[in-house]
Design a protein around this ligand. Structure first.
Ligand code: PHE
Length: 453
């Protein structure tokens, strides 16, 4: 422990926790439907470029900022640039953690509910599957109950601490997640008609690319890697000087990207095998909640696979949710000296309340519309298309021009590194990421809001 701050109890602790943060609903729920919305393989290519050019440098930067300051996001910026306004970037991250976790927990709650429902077997046919999903999300009491259960699990782990809570949970849950995923993918790939799904994922159609495609790819890159809001920075703050950054960042990214593609392999073949057309809600938040149950209903041992899939999705969501809550909790512990348990309970309760409007957006408040989006989509849009890219831009400007890339590189290469981060990171942090992401963000947002065509 440095200054009374906990450190990961082993090297694998950090990598597993960060990979657990990265792998989540973003890979299994969000990646397939956003990829579907933007035409499949063409989106995948832009997304992969964003992962390499933006994801890796920003991840190295966030971990370095965390480890060198041993602070939460607000404290980290304050420590490196005292008496300036840069701490606001950390504050934006804390706010983003709030917003993301509030609706993230709602979706994770759907997953828990489906896990329970799966035990009774899913109904036959895609219409019935759609009815089941719509019936669930347009309810009020049940989604709120599952959202509450998920927040209690999340806050419980965070209250137990970094090593006894987070590290213990990820060491137990991540291997289970990997095994479950392999099982589900093998099943999906051996369905008849799976080939069309593979073609969709791997044969690009650049006709579907618009300005908004780029923003969606960049937003998805930040979201899936947990970047742009200080989650990885916070996890990095529990890293010791002995542990390496360059290789860990590469492992985390490799794991996350591999998992997104594997999730695509589980979902698109099933989608095309079963539905064969794109008529049914490929682009909706319901993709994995409608298509997969319909597949499970038809396949041998579908009840077991259905249960395993939603168990997997819930576990993936949980290991990400704890990292979102940890950002806010670390902030109130460090900056306002709250005890950890109180921080986890109070912050968890507030986030629970903030998550209620997205639930009501499918029933009582279904009249709400922001540029054609319901409440949950609106939260997701702000988080993903504005807050995370903006946080990423500001973090890289800070690293490139205020803290200095020399310091980033020195911190990143400390310890027993398997390879070193070189000066190539400098132009990326200073110019390419700030300008590139900013331009993509402005055009993408204007297009999404219908201001430009
Ligand atoms: N990376 C997580 C996912 O893909 C979501 C997340 C975003 C977690 C930002 C932490 C911070 O589901």
């Amino acid at each position: 422990m440095v200054n009374g701050r906990e450190n990961w109890a082993s090297k694998i602790g950090f990598v597993l926790a960060a990979a657990g943060s990265a792998v989540g609903l973003g890979n299994i729920w969000r990646f397939p439907y956003v990829t579907g919305e933007h035409g499949g393989a063409a989106f995948l290519i832009i997304y992969l470029i964003a992962i390499v050019l933006i994801g890796y440098p920003v991840m190295v930067t966030e971990i370095s900022l965390g480890r060198s300051t041993q602070k939460n996001p607000v404290g980290a910026f304050k420590a490196l640039a005292p008496n300036t306004s840069w701490w606001l970037v950390g504050a934006l991250g804390v706010l983003t953690g709030f917003v993301i976790l509030s609706y993230y927990s709602v979706i994770a709650g759907w997953s828990l509910a489906f896990m329970v429902n799966s035990l009774g077997g899913f109904p036959q046919g895609i219409e019935a599957a759609e009815e089941l999903f719509m019936g669930h999300i347009t309810g009020v009491g049940t989604p709120i109950l599952y959202h509450a259960i998920f927040m209690v699990l999340t806050a419980g782990i965070i209250a137990a601490g970094v090593v006894k809570g987070i590290q213990r949970a990820v060491q137990f849950l991540m291997p289970i997640l990997a095994i479950l995923l392999v099982l589900v993918v093998l099943r999906s790939l051996t369905l008849e008609g799976a080939g069309e799904g593979l073609a969709f994922l791997f044969a690009p159609d650049f006709g579907a690319v618009t300005g908004n495609t780029f923003l969606s790819a960049v937003g998805q890159a930040f979201f899936t890697l947990s970047l742009g809001m200080g989650a990885i920075l916070t996890y990095g703050s529990y890293l010791s000087n002995k542990d390496e950054i360059p290789g860990s960042a590469a492992q985390i990214i490799g794991f996350d990207t591999g998992l997104a593609i594997v999730a695509g392999l589980a979902i698109f073949p099933a989608f095309f095998a079963l539905i064969g057309t794109e008529e049914v809600a490929m682009e909706s938040v319901g993709l994995v909640f409608i298509t997969l149950p319909a597949v499970f209903a038809e396949m041998p041992m579908g009840t077991i696979f259905g249960f395993l899939f939603f168990l997997l999705l819930s576990i993936a969501a949980l290991t990400s949710a704890i990292s979102l809550l940890e950002v806010v909790v670390a902030y109130v512990i460090d900056e306002h000296h709250w005890p950890r348990t109180m921080a986890a309970v109070v912050v968890g309760a507030i986030i629970f309340v903030v998550g209620i409007p997205p639930i009501l957006g499918y029933s009582t408040w279904d009249g709400f519309s922001f540029a054609g989006m319901d409440i949950l989509d609106t939260y997701d849009f702000f988080a993903d298309s504005i807050f995370l890219p903006l946080g990423g831009v500001l973090t890289s400007i800070f690293a490139g021009h205020v803290w200095g890339t020399r310091n980033v590189i020195e911190e990143a290469n400390r310890g027993n590194v398997s390879f070193r981060v070189g000066y190539w990171i400098s132009p990326l942090l200073k110019y390419v990421i700030p300008l590139g992401v900013f331009v993509v963000m402005v055009f993408g947002v204007l297009e999404a809001l219908g201001i430009i065509g």
